[in-house]
Design a protein around this ligand. Structure first.
Ligand code: ADP
Ligand code: ASP
Ligand code: MG
Length: 274
């Protein structure tokens, strides 16, 4: 059996109909073994990403304002997905725990990371895959710097006997157990790290565009797609602001010589950019 790590971005997991597309993609190739989800993103123009709602939640609690309204918005996102997919997971219990932890002073990183954590729980249930908490396998040192050697050892050990799993993106943990996130867009980094740790054959990055384009489609209409580019060219473009893929998501797979394939969840028939 080959092994593919597939990371799905926020818009790919924004609601139940997007989740259905993700399930079809995952099930279409049994080599897609390790799935890295983002938090639910924007469903439409002007919508708010769950990660942004979570930062707002932390802010309201910190400043002693009423947090109930924004917390209810967050709950609604997950409960709607759970119900529309007909899942039985008691996501309310996890949500209450998150609320309690934040009221008791849990950090901003912890709060933000729950977007991916809760979405990972839903997705694992939907796919019938094991859930592996990123806090157990992605590690940072005391200063908050990503700890590659510890993470590689933990991942290799943890994934050795696992056929299929969901590992939430964006966060890991520090030696004292506290949650630490990567910078915004960091689920791309988790995907790359899991690909290296699993010695995957391919790192698929599923997003909302047909691949790496010659320009940002939000600025230039209908830019041409790039079929193939080198790690170096990708790094240069990412650094220059073509933020399809987080710039720190390149090194882990480059080092392990794992190809990256950027693809569109809404057009899975397209081959994307290699
Ligand atoms: P995800 O939520 O899946 O991680 P992102 O929003 O982080 O997705 O990245 C995909 C977006 O990157 C696209 O919707 C597009 O607007 C933007 N983008 C910027 N530059 C480019 C480019 N050169 N090629 C393709 N997409 C680009
Ligand atoms: N949800 C996080 C963010 O919005 C991480 C990610 O989507 O990659 O930045
Ligand atoms: Mg992104």
């Amino acid at each position: 059996m080959g092994s593919i790590v597939a990371k799905f971005g926020g818009s790919s997991l924004a609601d139940a109909s997007q989740m259905e597309k993700v399930r079809n993609i995952v099930m279409a190739n049994r080599d897609r073994r390790f799935i890295v989800p983002s938090a639910p993103g924007k469903r439409f123009d002007g919508d708010t990403k769950v990660t942004d709602l979570l930062y707002e939640l932390k802010h309201t609690v910190e400043y002693g304002k009423d947090h109930k309204k924004v917390f209810a918005k967050i709950c609604k996102r997950y409960i709607e997905i759970r119900d529309a997919l007909g899942l039985s997971i008691k996501i309310e219990d996890y949500l209450s725990q998150v609320e309690q932890d934040i009221l008791e002073g849990e950090s901003s990183d912890y709060t933000a990371s729950r977007g991916e954590y809760l979405n990972g729980l839903l997705l694992a249930d939907y796919l019938g895959f094991e859930f592996i908490d990123a806090a157990d396998v992605i590690k940072f040192d005391r200063r908050g710097k990503y700890d590659q050697s510890t993470t590689m050892d933990l991942l290799a050990h943890r994934l050795r006997d696992v056929d299929y799993a969901v590992i939430p993106g964006f966060y890991g943990s520090m030696p004292d157990g506290g949650i630490k996130t990567f910078s915004r867009g960091g689920s791309d980094i988790t995907g790359a790290i899991v690909a290296a740790g699993a010695e995957a054959d391919l790192y698929e990055n599923w997003t909302d565009v047909d691949g790496f384009l010659m320009a940002d489609p939000r600025i230039v209409p209908n830019p041409r797609k790039i079929d193939c580019l080198t790690y170096r060219e990708l790094r240069e473009l990412s650094y220059m602001g073509a933020n399809v893929l987080h710039e720190d998501a390149i090194f882990p797979v480059f080092q392990a010589a794992i190809p990256i394939n950027v693809r569109n969840t809404n057009h899975p028939e397209e081959t994307g950019t290699m």
